[in-house]
Write a protein that binds this ligand. Structure first.
Ligand code: ADP
Ligand code: MG
Ligand code: MG
Length: 886
């Protein structure tokens, strides 16, 4: 194996071996850009070192040869006393790990060569400045001396001289400081700062290898999912000097970073910072305020123009936004690093769009360059915060966005105030399905308990509503209508708070909001501009290439309309349980508690027109597009009052209400240990006489009403939680019976596909049988994940999920992104088996995974027809479905 490559030998496709920085330096060298010469020690060498604790034996010889080559090219010897060659020793892994590993500058300086450098450059002060930097960096990085000791020495020195800026220390003072640094090293390590340049170099290379394993580097890799065994490369490069001062003869010296476009906005034109009379790390360290790059134009017009040329060369070559580190040494420009630059979501869209318009990349590539997560971020309104805005509390950033409103403590108050046009924030300890109307009415939901998959979080995300949950510093007292913070602030009902669902914070008062142009442009076309144009362009192309359809999960006409305006091609999941809440609850109670058939029929008959009106309005909003209506799914006790509360109330009442007693009996009758595995879904439909018939009739009559109104209703009926084809056959027979009955009554034929949800492993495994009775499959991947893993999402999230994520049992929660090899495999099996029986079987996904980018790519691969997700996630889903097809 070859362990050392001269820059001229490498290239951009060798990043695994040379690291990102080394590959970039090599590529620029080949392009003829002014890169100080040097060589790269490979990641392979690092891996050997990390494995065995020793460099590979060949490395010494190869590095010596490379160094000799470098010395020849530069016409100077490393650390030579009269005119020394100095080098930097720079880390550089395959993936950028900003600030995580070490770089040491000015290797080769010692007590003699510092004078040589001073003479050769004519800059005595700069030479000493470089020497003290070397001792400082080497002492800290290689010899392990606490960096603060050096900083403190500098501070004391400045104090003694009465100056504020490093810059104002003169040559003599720097020389004294250098001696102090050496003494610190001696005192701390019992060893002298090494004067031998070859030893400095060898130890610096080894220190860079070691920096792969520092705690912060490990933590960073863990978070970024970067593999532990990649290792880092080491670049050894001739030093150039940006700190040679500025004089008439030398023109300018300095250092800076530059981007080919603005990485924050994507705006065309070079962008960056420049720091005159400084060495590389000063820019990042912020020791002095940098100037905008445009100042270089006046300071040194030639270097400015040349830099612009190089940036253009790089951007055309990499066909993307690039950034560079550069240094100007006495009017001579050097490029020290390049890479494809990081950028904000906004810049990502604009740059992709502009590069496509400029003909640099294709429309396909422009779509690949952006992603759904970025698009989602652009759709949220944002707060304009300053560091002075201290939050009341921190919680889990459960659903992003920014919202301002008056605090309310229960659902009814939320609904009442919202109806009066007030913006409200619903604050609860935790939420239950009872809080739904309030959550819908509120701008944001704030809870003091629960994590990312708590009820509040899941429902809020589904609605695209801002949510911070688990803000444990808050003590919520709904009865007193106030919450208090640990610091003692009391917030009462009606007080205004600002909830930042992106940061997971709550602030007292109204923070200023910035509306998202992208959100407005997508929803109603009321915003225009370069960014919205870029987003719409990317979406249009994604739409033209994607195979997956995108439908919405929507239960109300408003959501349906919103989803449609965001590009939904129908409703993949219309849940009917939300239609049983609110004031209808009394009717539902009456239905459940009915002492006899007549009473039950009466209750059902009262619900029928309400359901019919719901469906009619939704079908109207989605006219011409499919609307998949799921029959009632959750266990009935969810619609009844809490057992304990009811029992307590009865026990405490002087004269117990007989109706309440009846209610309690019913609640007790219906009580289940594991309601999620109990009487719900199709089981409920089969067990409660008349319930399914009422719902199907409501659908059929709504369809009829829409047909009479000249509409094109496309209702589909979906049976939930089927485990065996026998259940589906029974449900289907009942559904068909009612459809035929309504058709006979109205004289209108009803064409209404009947399908099922696949959300139990047994259903997936017997999909061939089930397909005999199903016109379509819709994968309910939330329940399928719970039932496949045998865990309850609500409980597991709160107890062992954090541990599992930390230990790496899960890389992401299987509820956030589909578990492809387990749950995903079941979906695949079911699709295949179902299609074998019924080739035109329509298949889709309606779980939360339908809006998750990775999951969407998986569903595309296994050939589903559509994904269905909450309205807010539709644009991102369209984009990802397009990217999946490319
Ligand atoms: P990082 O990866 O943390 O950016 P670098 O290896 O890029 O570390 O180096 C840190 C700073 O030192 C950069 O500003 C870089 O431009 C500067 N630098 C590195 N090598 C040289 C060199 N040969 N001559 C002058 N400056 C250098
Ligand atoms: Mg760098
Ligand atoms: Mg389900």
């Amino acid at each position: 194996t070859k362990y050392v490559y001269a820059f001229a030998e490498g290239g951009r496709d060798m990043a695994a071996l040379l690291g990102g920085k080394g590959a970039g330096l090599a590529e620029m060298t080949r392009l003829g850009l002014p890169v100080p010469p040097g060589f790269t020690v490979t990641t392979d060498a690092c891996k050997v070192y990390l494995r065995t604790g020793e460099e590979p034996p060949e490395l010494g010889v190869e590095a010596a040869q490379a160094l000799a080559g470098l010395e020849r090219a530069m016409g100077r010897g490393l650390g030579a006393p009269d005119d020394p060659l100095l080098v930097s020793v720079r880390s550089g892994a395959r993936f950028s790990m900003p600030g995580m590993m070490e770089t040491i500058l000015d290797i080769g300086l010692n007590d003699r060569s510092v004078t040589g450098l001073a003479k050769a450059s004519g800059q005595e002060r700069s030479a000493w400045d470089s020497y003290r930097r070397l001792i400082q960096m080497f002492g800290h990085t290689v010899m392990g001396v606490d960096g603060d000791l050096f900083e403190r020495a500098i501070a004391e020195h400045k104090e003694r001289r009465g100056v504020a800026d490093d810059h104002l220390l003169d040559t003599g003072e720097l020389a004294v400081l250098t001696e102090e640094f050496k003494a610190i090293i001696r005192k701390e390590t019992g060893e002298d700062f090494p004067q031998d340049p070859a030893e400095q170099l060898a130890r610096a290379v080894r220190a860079v290898f070691d920096s792969w394993n520092t705690e912060r580097a490990r933590v960073y890799r863990h978070r970024e999912h970067i593999s532990e065994d990649l290792g880092t490369a080491v670049n050894v490069q001739a030093m150039v000097f940006g700190n040679l001062g500025t004089t008439e003869t030398f023109k300018s010296s300095g250092t800076g970073v530059a981007f080919t476009r603005d990485p924050a906005t994507g705006e065309r034109g070079m962008y960056g910072d420049y720091l005159p009379d400084a060495q590389g790390e000063d820019v990042v360290a912020g020791v002095r305020d940098a100037l905008p790059l445009s100042e270089l134009k006046t300071l040194d017009p030639r270097s400015y123009v040349e830099l612009g040329d190089h940036l253009r060369t790089l951007e055309n070559h990499y066909r993307d936004l690039c950034d560079v580190e550069f240094t100007v040494e006495r009017g001579k420009l050097w490029i020290l690093q390049t890479r494809v630059g990081k950028r904000t979501a906004e810049a990502a869209f604009r740059i992709a769009h502009d590069l496509r318009e400029e003909g640099t990349i294709s429309a396909d590539e422009a779509v690949i360059r952006v992603d759904g997560a970025e698009l989602t971020r652009l759709m949220f309104p944002r707060f304009d915060t300053t560091p002075d805005d201290i939050p009341l509390a921190h919680g889990v950033p459960a659903s992003p966005g920014a919202a301002v409103g008056a605090v309310v403590f229960d659902s009814a108050e939320a609904v009442r105030r919202a109806a009066a046009g007030e913006a409200v924030v619903l604050v609860r300890r935790e939420t239950t399905p009872d809080d739904l109307p309030g959550m819908i009415a509120a701008q944001a939901v704030l809870t003091s308990r629960g994590g990312k998959t708590s009820h509040a979080a899941v429902v809020a995300r589904g609605m695209g509503k801002v949510c911070v949950c688990g803000a444990e510093a808050l003590t919520v007292d709904p009865d007193a209508r106030r919450f208090t913070t640990t610091s003692g602030t009391v917030v009462r009902e009606g007080d205004t708070v600002s909830v930042d669902g992106t940061a997971g914070t709550v602030h007292l008062g109204a923070l200023p909001l910035t509306a998202s142009d992208v959100g407005r442009a997508l929803e109603n076309g009321t915003a225009t501009g370069p960014l919205t144009e870029a987003v719409l362009g990317a979406l249009a192309h994604a739409d033209s290439v994607r195979r997956l359809e995108v439908r919405a999960n929507a239960d109300t006409p408003e959501d349906a309309a919103r989803a449609r305006s965001l590009g939904a091609q129908g409703i993949g999941l219309c849940r009917t349980e939300h239609m049983f809440l609110g004031e209808r609850r009394a009717l539902v109670e009456a239905m459940i508690l009915a002492p006899d058939d007549t009473a039950r029929e009466q209750a059902l008959a009262a619900l029928l027109p309400l359901q019919r009106a719901d469906f009619t309005a939704i079908l109207e909003a989605m006219d011409g597009l499919p609307v998949t209506i799921r029959l009632l799914d959750p266990p009935l006790h969810e619609f009844l009052p809490d057992r304990t509360q009811l029992a307590v109330r009865l026990a405490e009442a002087a004269e117990p209400d007989p109706r309440e007693r009846e209610l309690l009996a019913a609640v007790e009758r219906m009580h289940e240990q594991n309601p999620m595995l109990g009487l719900r879904g199709v089981r409920l439909g089969l067990a409660v006489p008349g319930l399914m018939a009422m719902q199907v009739r409501a659908v059929a009559e709504a369809v009829t009403a829409r047909l009479s109104a000249g509409g094109r209703p496309r209702a589909e009926i979906m049976i939930p939680l089927v485990g065996t084809v026998e259940e589906l056959r029974l449900a289907r027979a009942e559904t068909e019976r009612v459809l035929a009955e309504v058709a006979a009554e109205t004289g209108r034929a009803l064409d209404c596909p009947i399908g099922t949800m696949i959300e139990l492993p047994r259903a997936a495994l017997t999909a061939a049988r089930i397909a005999e009775a199903a016109d379509f499959f819709s994968f309910g991947t939330n329940d399928l994940t719970q039932t496949t893993w045998g865990l309850s999402r609500d409980d597991a999230e709160a107890s062992f999920f954090p541990l599992y994520l930390d230990k790496g049992v899960f890389e992401v929660s299987p509820f956030d992104s589909i578990d492809q090899e387990g749950v995903g495999r079941l979906v695949e099996i079911a699709v295949e088996a179902g299609r074998a029986v019924r080739p035109r079987l329509e298949t889709g996904v309606c779980g939360e995974h339908g809006g998750d980018p990775d999951s969407i790519h998986f569903f595309h691969r296994i050939g589903l027809d559509y994904v269905s997700c909450s309205p807010f996630r539709i644009p991102a889903a369209r984009l990802e479905a397009g990217r999946a097809a490319l």
